[in-house]
Ligand binder design. Structure first.
Ligand code: PLP
Length: 448
């Protein structure tokens, strides 16, 4: 690559500032009362020199405060995987909004929602939470309670939300559990309770489980939060068997891998987890997460609860399972998690994959495209990664920032923290072609 990346990035930053006077004004006003100028500090993690403010979002078209439109491939980092404000969801929410939002009692559709969850994801019993972070926290508590084991096992490079136990890294030299240095206010003694092994490493997995102390393996089917790291052929069937042999529960966090197929990766691949977790898009983007489990787990969960004294279980939050959430979940499970949705998402993903691969090859760039159903990752490394360390070995912050900002300035949004592109039932060929045209121009620019 011959281009001066820093100079190109500076040019794109200037272009953004010139094009977004209204966003800049809103950013200045918001800074008066919001820390970092935004309601959630992650909203500043985009490579834009000022925050981009959103006027509205429909389908995959996002309109910013300055009136520019964008083809959205970030889709709220998966929350809007089925498109922004799908009409069936908007109608269901408007209807329920007139009939009560939250009562600390189940709304009438609860039984139907339970049946839809079982049909969609293939597990018989369910509980609700408001975020995937919460759902993971609650499942972890159940797993420890029912196994009587203290240890948790995760893969290096994992992200399962704001769950203290999982915010750890692996020392590449010794395999020991390390604090993740970026985590604020960290006081827990993680290395006493969380074990970490590299993804796709069955030997390390077997060794970590061998002493029979691990309550559960909490894992994504593919790592989706340090680039996209797919499982080796045969990895999951073997890992599943190891968990069984060592009495460790398998928890599949499918918050992102729902993009694989209807019902998620585990269902599509016949993996039979003990627990299944999904959040973000599960109710079409309204705050909601679900966790499902087998009859065997349910029996052990009932026994644990019955054996505990009256009082706080540490599982649940006041608004979990509220009426508005149930209405959204009902609409999403009925109309969005369908074979037709995924067929369209995959057709669009085929088009995007072919186009991006052609540009990468035509410009002989040392980059890789990794795909999982309707989710795709542009990775600035020459081969498909097998573990988190492969991704860490190829840092390229400036190139990543330039790619995002260049595309954003030309009306295309990618997911900020990495090069993820997600296709939705609302994505059209014209959206894909808009991305491909801008990406082709960027490739040419980079090769001088
Ligand atoms: C795999 C996975 N699980 C859980 C979460 C947490 O989701 P939330 O931030 O909605 O709680 C994330 C967030 O990115 C995730 O990627």
């Amino acid at each position: 690559m011959t281009a001066d990346l820093a100079a190109l990035l500076a040019t794109e930053r200037e272009r953004f500032l010139a094009d977004h006077p209204r966003s800049i004004a809103l950013a200045q006003a918001s800074a008066q009362h919001f820390l970092f100028g935004v309601p959630l500090h992650w909203m500043r993690d985009w490579p834009t020199p000022a925050t981009l403010f959103v006027r509205e979002a429909h389908g995959v078209t996002l309109t910013c405060a300055d009136g520019h439109t964008y083809a959205d491939f970030c889709l709220g980092d998966t929350g809007a995987m089925f498109g922004h404000s799908p009409p069936v969801l908007a109608t269901a929410l408007a209807g329920q909004a007139k009939r009560g939002l939250t009562c600390m009692l189940p709304a009438e559709p609860a039984a139907d929602v339970g049946a839809l969850l079982a049909r969609t994801f293939g597990l018989p019993l369910w509980q609700l939470a408001l975020t995937a972070s919460d759902a993971n926290r609650f499942v972890l508590r159940w797993a420890r309670a029912i196994t009587g084991r203290a240890q948790l096992l995760v893969f290096d490079g994992c992200y399962h939300g704001a769950v203290d136990d999982t915010l750890v890294d692996m020392d590449p030299a010794t395999g020991a559990t390390l604090r993740r240095p970026s985590v604020l206010g960290q006081v827990h003694n993680h290395h006493a309770f969380t074990r970490v092994v590299p993804f796709n490493d069955l030997t390390a997995l077997d060794a970590a489980l061998a002493d029979g102390q691990v309550a559960c393996l909490l894992a994504e089917p593919a790592l989706t939060n340090c680039g996209l790291v797919p499982p080796d052929d045969g990895f999951w069937p073997a890992a599943r068997e190891l968990c069984r042999r060592h009495g460790t529960l398998l928890v599949m966090d499918e918050t992102h891998t729902l993009s694989t197929a209807p019902g998620g990766y585990a269902k599509a691949h016949g993996l039979a987890p003990d627990f299944f977790v999904a959040g973000k898009a599960v109710a079409g983007g309204l705050p909601c997460a679900v966790y499902g489990f087998t009859e065997a787990m349910a029996g052990r969960m009932r026994a644990a609860k019955d054996a505990a004294p009256e009082g706080h279980s540490g599982i649940g939050t006041t608004l979990s399972g509220n009426a508005l959430t149930l209405a959204a979940l009902h609409a999403a499970l009925t109309h969005l998690h369908t074979a037709a949705s995924y067929a369209h998402m995959n057709t669009m993903a085929d088009r995007l994959e072919a186009g991006l691969s052609a540009h990468i090859a035509a410009h002989a760039l040392p980059w890789t495209l990794t795909r999982l159903g309707a989710r795709m990752e542009l990775q600035f490394l020459p081969h498909t990664p097998r573990r988190a360390q492969d991704v860490r070995d190829h840092p390229n912050d400036t190139l990543e920032a330039l790619t995002h900002l260049y595309l954003l300035n030309r009306g295309v949004l990618l997911t900020p923290f990495h090069g993820m592109m997600l296709l939705s039932p609302a994505t059209q060929a014209t959206d894909v072609d808009r991305l491909l045209a801008a990406f082709g121009r960027l490739c040419a620019l980079l090769q001088g």
